[in-house]
Design a binder for this molecule. Structure first.
Ligand code: FMN
Length: 158
């Protein structure tokens, strides 16, 4: 008998993560999605993973975009996380953002970012696993990260 999905969430919610805004560009349109199912996968070649739920609008955008950036949010960027997780505009036209190599939006004021070419999409149940090859990146800001723990935002203890 598989684990109840609420129980799976409760248990895995104990695994604290940072919070990113994953971004892409499809033609002239930019698109963002708050994501914590991300990880560094390989150093040689430099690869990261981004897991995207199959249902919803984001999956197809990231496939069509053929690229993505991961913007690692700081503790004072919870509002940006909420915007890209819940009801709010998904484009970056009103935000302080630049681009690097692929054209995926890079938010200013984050702790760091990587810009990736989409290399492969693997199936993962009700999510798909997007593997990105890093083509540019930086960690410009020192500061506190935004965390996610037990279904809530959290901060490092001061
Ligand atoms: C902290 C946090 C982390 C999230 N991580 C992911 C994630 O890794 N993958 C995902 O598909 N959705 C994740 N979500 C949910 C998406 O941000 C949310 O569903 C978003 O609105 C995507 O739009 P869509 O459902 O239209 O694709 C997360 C939400 C929050 C608040």
């Amino acid at each position: 008998m598989p684990l109840d999905s609420k129980e799976q969430r409760r248990i895995l919610g104990k695994f604290v993560t940072g919070v990113t805004v994953a971004s892409t560009k499809v033609g002239d349109e930019t698109w963002g999605m708050t994501a914590n199912a991300v990880t560094s996968l390989s150093l040689d070649p430099p690869l990261v993973i981004l897991c995207i739920q199959k249902e919803g609008q984001s999956r197809i955008k990231f496939e069509e975009g053929g690229c993505f950036a991961l913007n690692i949010l700081s503790a004072d960027q919870q509002e940006i996380s909420d915007r890209f997780a819940f009801k709010g505009p998904k484009d970056f036209s009103d935000l302080d953002a630049t681009t690097a190599k692929t054209g995926a939006p890079i938010l200013n004021g984050t702790l760091g970012w990587v810009d990736c070419k989409l290399k492969e999409i693997l199936p993962g149940g009700d999510h798909d696993i997007f593997i990105g090859e890093i083509v540019a990146g930086a960690a410009p800001e020192e500061g506190e990260p935004l965390l996610y723990y037990s279904g809530k935002y959290a901060k490092l203890p001061s």
